[in-house]
Design a protein around this ligand. Structure first.
Ligand code: OFO
Length: 183
């Protein structure tokens, strides 16, 4: 008896998404190492923690494919590309890769809706929320670096930013969690 509850198309998309998450983990890992080499320990720790988050995302999808009776296909992970050239470039690249990941997650949501695979649609809602958080966090980082001077940020500003990021929470506050008392 066939117990596979995933269509071929969705199984392929989910397997590809697993690789996307792993790819993002590699990007964070590479940038964290770059930041560490440059002496930005706070930024580095922040990025190392995010690399782990991306690996957890990969694991969630892997587990979902298995639980739906699908076949997991583990493939090679594309490399992270060139190191950033500055802290500003680092945050811009991170924002770009998060937006790209959001696009592929939305694509899976669209596919699951078209197939009326509500289990996958429901599962993917966790990722929709997570991507909103990660984009918000990346936007906040970009605003901070802009205030610090963007590409022209001086040593003092970067030192303060690095110190702040060492204690920045990993999760951004989403609009749906805001109240009048707690804006
Ligand atoms: Fe997997 O959350 Fe970012 O990309």
């Amino acid at each position: 008896m066939d117990t596979n509850r995933l269509s071929k198309t969705l199984a392929k998309a989910l397997n590809d998404q697993m690789t996307n998450e792993a790819h993002n983990a590699q990007i964070y890992l590479a940038y964290a190492s770059w930041a560490n080499e440059k002496g930005y320990d706070g930024i580095s720790n922040f990025l190392f923690r995010h690399s782990n988050e991306e690996r957890n995302h990969m694991m969630k999808i892997l587990e979902y494919i298995l639980k739906r009776g699908g076949k997991v296909v583990v493939t090679a992970i594309p490399g992270p590309g060139a190191d950033p050239v500055s802290v500003n470039d680092c945050f811009e690249k991170i924002f770009k890769s998060e937006v790209e990941n959001t696009t592929s997650i939305y694509e899976i949501v669209n596919m699951s809706m078209a197939e009326k695979d509500w289990a996958t649609w429901n599962f993917m809602q966790w990722f929709v929320k997570e991507q909103t958080e990660e984009e918000t966090l990346a936007m906040d980082l970009l605003s901070k670096i802009k205030v610090a001077g963007g590409e022209k940020a001086g040593h003092d500003a970067l030192y303060t930013l690095d110190r702040d990021l060492a204690i920045t929470p990993d999760d951004a506050v989403l609009a749906q969690d805001v109240t009048v008392e707690k804006p």
